[in-house]
Design a protein around this ligand. Structure first.
Ligand code: SF4
Ligand code: SF4
Length: 370
């Protein structure tokens, strides 16, 4: 059965700002019915790595918070610590990065709580009994919240093609040990002929698994499979097996999303911001320019339908010149083409198909334009 996905485009005028349009979208899509007075609401988002400049804007987040507060709910902003080294691997660094990126209480009107605690060990084991995992490690603040509202920046990703609501739920709500479980299938390899021994990958590897002599070498026994070296290498010298590893990774992420939503029937709501559609996710300490024009904001109570709608809308856009699409190696990038495939050579729809098979939602949707 088709799910309803609500959509407001990115156009704005003097008397209809995008913030006002967001508020209307939230009301029409049913946010008010999901959260009740007194309930603790985890507003899950990605605060952006330090140096990243295209992450979700705090103004949008504040609108969501204020709508929840008008219902008498008690929202807090949250994300879990990262597996890789960087500016969000523990709660102290994570909070400082969030503040630097504009998510101070005064800006967003809600407290920040790092979902899996100081060092990422604060999680709950949830039984799911699926193909890859019997149990998943869900960050405590997400697990114990009465309601989950996932705000996702829809953009590209080197291993999942694109990242939207499902990735925000699965990878984003897993604890550090959970992220390790999901990534354990990824085995990066160095293309020696391409490596320039610049050592940049060394700085980001969380496992000290890389040694650089004449070229980089990866110690497979130490490697956690986080994939950071793949996105960090400025020369594209590190690759993973896109055919098998990315499929397994996407399925694992979806199983984590299943675990996150298992105890929240009717208590979850999803908003995707298809603005600044960058080729990479918000984890790198930089942001490349968007590859398609801004599309708009979408909301739904079905995360699968929501991601499918966003994917389809991006596909319908023209690819922008002077962007990563100029370097594409995997196909065309015009209207109707999969821009994420063109950039990364990864079929991101694997996550949609698996999520639908697990009953997380429907790939069929009715797009309600408001
Ligand atoms: S970042 Fe890339 S080019 Fe630099 S040492 Fe690592 S693999 Fe080689
Ligand atoms: S070598 Fe392994 S652990 Fe290190 S950054 Fe790459 S994928 Fe992550």
């Amino acid at each position: 059965m088709a799910s309803r996905v609500f959509f407001t485009d990115a156009r704005a005028t003097g008397n209809r700002s995008l913030l006002a349009k967001l508020d209307r979208l939230l009301r029409r899509a049913g946010l008010d019915e999901v959260a009740a007075k007194g309930e603790l609401v985890a507003v899950k988002l990605h605060f952006g790595e330090r140096g990243n400049t295209r992450h979700l804007r705090p103004q949008f987040v504040r609108r969501v918070v204020e709508r929840l507060k008008r219902r008498g709910a008690r929202p807090f902003l949250t994300d879990a610590n990262t597996l890789y080294r960087g500016s969000r691997a523990n709660a102290v660094d994570h909070l400082e990065t969030a503040l630097e990126n504009g998510f101070a209480y005064a800006a967003v009107n809600a407290p920040l709580i790092i979902a899996d605690g100081l060092t990422g060990k604060d999680y709950v084991k949830v039984e799911i009994n699926q193909k890859h995992f019997r149990q998943v490690h869900i960050s405590s603040a997400v697990y114990f919240a009465d309601v989950l509202v996932a705000l996702s920046h829809f953009k590209g990703h080197e291993a999942t093609g694109f990242g939207g609501a499902l990735k925000n739920l699965g990878m984003g709500c897993g604890s550090r040990s959970g992220k390790q479980q999901m990534h354990s299938v990824v085995r990066p390899r160095v293309r020696a002929a391409v490596c320039r021994a610049c050592k940049r990958c060394l700085q980001w590897c969380p496992a000290a698994a890389i040694r650089v002599a004449e070229v980089a070498e990866i110690d497979a026994d130490r490697c956690l499979g986080c994939g950071e070296c793949v996105v960090t290498c400025p020369h594209g010298a590190i690759t993973i097996n896109w055919k098998t590893e990315v499929a397994d990774l996407q399925e694992r992420i979806v199983e984590y999303a299943f675990g996150v939503l298992k105890d929240k029937p009717g208590k979850a709501f999803f908003v995707n911001f298809v603005l600044d559609v960058t080729p990479d996710c918000d984890c790198p300490s930089w942001s490349d320019v968007p590859v398609v024009p801004d599309v708009g904001i979408l909301a739904s109570q079905d995360p699968v339908a929501l991601d499918q709608a966003c994917y389809d809308l991006v596909k319908q856009q023209p690819g922008l010149a002077g962007t990563r699409l100029d370097d594409r190696r995997h196909g065309q990038a015009g209207v109707g083409d999969d821009k994420f495939w063109a950039i990364h050579g990864v079929d991101g729809t694997i996550q949609l198909a698996y999520a639908a098979a697990l009953g997380l939602g429907s790939r069929e949707y009715e797009l309600v334009r408001i």
